[in-house]
Design a protein around this ligand. Structure first.
Ligand code: KG4
Ligand code: ZN
Length: 355
């Protein structure tokens, strides 16, 4: 089954052709980073206009690179939400028009389900039940999936998403946008124990996250240590490098503590680490060591509970980790395979929930 995926929920216009759920024939992403960089974040109206400009060439290119003709496509999968409503509408309207013109079925995909499927493209044999840590600029949740297509939200952020926390500190320190990859790189030469960030305890014992306290703590460190934001084009000083390394460590530790607690309770057969922040090298290493290794990755092993056991961790290659349309095609494939009709009355939803 040959599926065209279309994704436009935030600041990436993307199209991909995927065969049988795991043979990736093309994966085209037009990034808008250059457009939004000057503002330190995504400007929704500019994003919609960029999507409009990019959607036709991106889809055309995806078909060309795959070496296929549009008539060969068996169905179209498109992101329905969550995301920026103007951005979503561009992809969705395009997908409807194309499905109508080709008279092919069209299925809507939840962006978060897309991220979960991003790990299944390269690893189609991942065992269920699975626990997915979805960690991106817009979302940070723990989702338990007992079987394909069934989801239970077991934890979510109560304030900022992890990527948002990284992006905000980077913006404040003049490190550029998006902040996650910059902090990942800088932190490799920083001391992660130089500045103290205490991991918040969610008092009701839930599996939720909270990251906004780290931002407040970072501002306090900046004030106390007299750290000045980097000037445009200037060098990044030692204190900034140590601060971002400590901040990143605290975010990674928080993600690990809650994922470990969820894994101990739910006993999944696999753990998925997906969403843009799953590109982070420390996060990947920490999850691998903690869940697949014998010990609990340098942190106090008591924090994980005694029942720690080995569970395989999967994360996609970086090009499938940040927003892309291959993951939308992958999540759409089983829906199309179950005989979905051409749905022309679809709408987009900014706060569309998966579960
Ligand atoms: O999944 P994604 O592309 O878009 C959303 O659905 O939000 O995630 C984007 C987020 C941004 O916050 C970006 O800073 C973060 O992913 N990110 C990273 C890295 N690469 C991207 N965060 C930490 N380390 C990275 N290497
Ligand atoms: Zn995303």
């Amino acid at each position: 089954m040959l599926v065209l995926g279309i994704e436009s929920s935030c600041d990436e216009t993307a199209a991909a052709l995927l065969e049988d759920g795991h043979r990736l024939l093309s994966n085209i992403v037009a990034s808008q980073i250059a457009t939004h960089r000057g503002y330190g974040g995504v400007v929704p109206e500019l994003a919609s206009r960029e999507h409009l400009r990019n959607i036709c060439p991106v889809v055309r290119r995806a078909i060309e690179v795959a070496g296929r003709r549009e008539e060969e496509i068996d169905g179209i999968a498109v992101t329905q939400g969550p995301g920026l409503i103007g951005s979503l509408l561009v992809g969705l309207s395009f997908a409807k028009a194309m499905a109508f013109a080709l008279q092919k079925p069209l299925v809507p995909v939840n962006h978060i389900e897309g991220h979960i499927y991003s790990a299944l493209i390269e690893n189609p044999d991942i065992s269920y039940p699975l626990l997915a840590a979805v960690v991106s600029g817009g979302h940070t949740s723990l989702i338990f999936s007992p079987e394909p297509g069934q989801y239970r939200l077991v934890g979510r952020t109560r304030d900022d998403a992890a990527g948002e926390a990284l992006d905000k500190l980077a913006k404040f320190l003049g490190l550029g946008y998006p902040g996650g990859p910059v902090i990942d790189r800088l932190a490799q030469r920083g001391d992660p124990h130089k500045f103290v960030f205490s991991i918040p305890k969610i008092s009701d014992g839930s599996l939720d996250f909270s990251f906004s306290g780290f931002k407040t703590a970072a501002l306090r460190h900046i004030e106390r240590a007299g750290i000045r934001p980097r000037q445009p084009g200037g060098r990044v000083g030692r204190q900034i490098v140590d601060l971002v390394a400590s901040y990143q460590q605290a975010i990674v530790d928080t993600l690990l503590v809650q994922t470990r607690r969820a894994a101990n309770q739910l006993r999944p057969a696999s753990i998925l680490l997906v969403g843009g922040v799953a590109c982070n090298s420390l996060l990947r290493r920490t999850f691998k060591d903690a869940f697949e290794g014998s010990a609990a990755s340098g942190l106090d092993s008591k924090a994980w509970g005694r029942e720690a056991r080995r569970t395989p961790v999967y994360f996609p290659t970086p090009s499938l980790t940040t927003d892309n349309a291959a993951m939308i095609a992958a999540a759409g494939t089983p829906k199309l395979a179950s005989g979905s009709p051409l749905q022309l009355d679809l709408n987009a939803y900014a706060d569309f929930r998966l579960c």
